[in-house]
Structure formats: structure tokens, C-alpha cells
Design a protein around this ligand. Structure first.
Ligand code: NAD
Length: 334
């Protein structure tokens, strides 16, 4: 069984390069979403605790099984800890044998951004040039990078309630060739945007985006509303948009659509990628990808990173599963 640490992910990304890694990840996500019907799926298991949530996200098909452990504690940065931290495992389905255990804090940011870009690739206007980012914490630079490999982005408009997070974003982003516009509030940030990602963290019903702020048809990616009692988008804007989700049974509990009546229904993305439905900004007006993060996306990033780790001989073999000749003689290990 191999174990991947932060340094291993860093090494793999620098070997492969941001662009190739994101494009390979988007391809892998598309392939897995197309095979949606082959997966054994369930909403994630959430333990709601004071100040946050701790979740387990399992999924499998005939070939492999994966799970992610992830938390969401919006006040963690006040104590110098990440809001979102994650680890995960990939196993063989036929024997249950674990193949890899990996850090997933970085991998979550990569897979979330790649999923945003993949959704936008299928539903936003191809000529989108202006990205608005509301919330410039851990996820933000990854979001820009993934979109930048799908669209010809000319400008990023950004806003965060924390001026320090805005300065951090501006500094990191200076490495990339795009116009950066620091904005005074959300309304200012979305002015003229073609693509909008909301990635704020606060465990309450907040409205970082309201219907009256949207003055033209746009693609909205609502990332931060991903838990019961935690939303970002005004109900009237959800009602006025064409909503697409990952997995309806989970999104109804956790997404922006938790604000909608119990019998609310909408398109799941696999229907679009399989060609059963067509939804995009050009034909449907404003489209809201109500993201909560689904286990399939963790499966995709884990299977890709596993094959890259094997190919590049990255990661450490660890003796976490016993290896003996007589497998009924476990006691002999002691
Ligand atoms: P983070 O804590 O690093 O950053 C969040 C930022 O939001 C902070 O800088 C904070 O100041 C800012 N913020 C809070 N309220 C705001 C408001 N009203 N207006 C503007 N800015 C505001 O968190 P992160 O790791 O970047 O994650 C961001 C959000 O995305 C979290 O809510 C997290 O749970 C969610 N998330 C979702 C997915 C998914 O797949 N859907 C994946 C990862 C993270």
C-alpha cells in the first residue's frame, strides 16, 4: 500500500505541470461522470459538531472503492487551522485490498476546481472572459487555475470580507498573466462577470449573492453552501436560475436547494454529460451549479493520482496491511 504525503502531491504536480494535471483531471472526471450508472452511490455521512461538520464520503464501482474523510470548520482559521482538511483511501473492489492512502486537503482543492471548470465547460458561454471570485481563502487560486485552462480569461474580479485574504490572493495571483481587480463588495465583484464562483465559509444562511446583483445571464458556481444551515445564494436567485447539481439526494440536504420546497427537483450533471439533457447559459439564461462536492470527484482524483504516483515512482510503500504466507496465521505477526 502506498502513502502519499503533501510533498508527494507537490512533486507530482511539479512533474506533470498545472495545466496537464488539471486537463487530465477534467478528462478523468468526465469519464467517471459518464459511467455514473456503474457506481454505488449514497449521500455522505455527516457528523454535525460544534462549529462545523466531519464527513465520510464513500463510493465504488466494480473496479475500485474510495472514501474521503473531510471536515468543514469555518472558524478554524482564527486558530491557525484550515477550514477544510482531508485524507482519503483507494482500494480494490474485488478483494477490498487498500492500494493507497493519501493527503486530500490539496487534492480536494484540485478536484473541486477541476469539477467547477468541467461544469462550466459544458454549461457556460465558451467566450467567457471575466471570472468573479467571492471568498479568496484556500480554494480560490485553484478555482482560477482550473477555469484558466478552459476559458480565455482576461480578468479576475475578487472580494473577501477579510482584507488579508484579498492581499494573499493578489500576491499569489501575480504569478499568472491575468488582470486582477480587487472589489469593494460582492456586487462590485460580479459586475460584468461571465463566470462567478462563491467560495465563502460561514456556518449560517448567508446571502453573498442576491438576484438583483445579476444583470446578465451568467454561470454561477456556488461552492460554499455545502452543509445543512450553510448557504450563500439568495433563495430568489436560486428560483430564477436553472439549477444543476451533482447528486440530488445529497444536494437536497446540503446545497443551495435546501432552501427550496421538499418536492423540488432539477437536473443532475451526469444527465448532461451522457447527452440526455442539454443545459447552458446561451439557451437557459443564468445557470447555477449548486456544488456540494460529491464522492465521485474524490474517486476521480484518487485514481488519477494513483496512476501518476505509480508511473513516476512517487510515494512511500508502508506496511499497513500484513504480508505473510499463511494468511490464517495473523497471530504469528506478534
Ligand atoms: P477558507 O476559510 O480558506 O476561505 C473562506 C473565505 O471566505 C475566507 O477568506 C472568509 O473571510 C471568506 N468569507 C466568509 N464570509 C464571506 C462573505 N460574506 N463575503 C466574502 N467573503 C467571505 O475556506 P476554503 O477552504 O476556501 O473553502 C471555502 C468554502 O468552500 C467553504 O465553505 C467550504 O466548505 C467550501 N468547499 C466546498 C467544496 C465543494 O466541493 N463544494 C469543496 C471545498 C470547499
Amino acid at each position: 500500500m502506498i502513502v502519499l504525503e503533501i510533498k508527494d502531491i507537490k512533486e507530482l504536480i511539479s512533474k506533470v505541470g498545472y495545466k496537464d494535471f488539471f486537463l487530465q483531471l477534467i478528462d478523468t472526471l468526465e469519464e467517471d461522470y459518464k459511467n455514473w450508472d456503474d457506481f454505488d452511490k449514497s449521500p455522505r455521512v455527516a457528523n454535525h459538531v460544534d462549529g462545523g461538520v466531519i464527513e465520510l464520503m464513500p463510493i465504488s464501482n466494480d473496479e475500485m472503492y474510495s472514501f474521503k474523510y473531510v471536515n468543514g470548520h469555518p472558524k478554524n482559521p482564527d486558530q491557525g487551522k484550515f477550514t477544510v482538511m482531508a485524507t482519503g483511501q483507494l482500494s480494490l473492489t474485488n478483494t477490498g485490498e487498500p492500494l493507497m492512502f493519501s493527503e486530500m486537503t490539496l487534492l480536494t482543492a484540485f478536484r473541486t476546481a477541476a469539477t467547477s471548470a468541467m461544469m462550466a465547460k459544458h454549461m457556460a458561454k465558451k467566450e467567457s472572459k471575466v471570472l468573479a471570485l467571492i471568498g479568496t481563502g484556500s480554494q480560490s487560486e485553484f478555482q482560477y487555475l482550473a477555469y484558466s485552462f478552459i476559458f480565455n480569461l482576461e480578468e479576475v474580479r475578487f472580494y473577501d470580507t477579510d482584507p488579508k485574504a484579498m492581499r494573499k490572493f493578489e500576491k499569489n495571483m501575480s504569478a499568472f498573466n491575468v488582470k486582477l481587480t480587487a472589489c469593494k463588495d460582492s456586487r462590485d465583484a460580479v459586475n460584468g462577470a461571465d463566470l462567478i464562483t462563491t467560495c465563502t465559509a460561514d456556518k449560517k444562511y448567508q446571502t453573498v449573492l442576491t438576484k438583483d446583483m445579476i444583470t446578465k445571464d451568467v454561470f454561477i458556481n456556488g461552492l460554499g453552501g455545502d452543509c445543512p444551515g450553510k448557504t450563500e445564494i439568495e433563495k430568489e436567485l436560486v428560483e430564477a436560475s436553472t439549477v444543476v447539481v451533482e447528486f440530488l439526494p445529497q444536494s437536497k440536504i446540503e446545497g443551495e436547494i435546501q432552501q427550496m420546497p421538499k418536492d423540488f427537483t432539477c437536473t443532475e450533471f451526469h444527465e448532461i454529460i451522457k447527452g440526455e439533457k442539454s443545459i447552458n447559459v446561451a439557451t437557459h439564461g443564468t445557470v447555477l451549479y449548486d456544488s456540494v462536492g460529491f464522492a465521485l470527484e474524490d474517486y476521480s482524483v484518487l485514481r488519477l493520482i494513483y496512476s501518476l504516483a505509480k508511473k513516476n515512482k512517487v510515494g512511500r510503500e508502508m506496511n499497513l496491511i500484513p504480508e505473510i504466507n499463511d494468511v490464517k496465521n495473523l497471530f504469528s505477526l506478534l
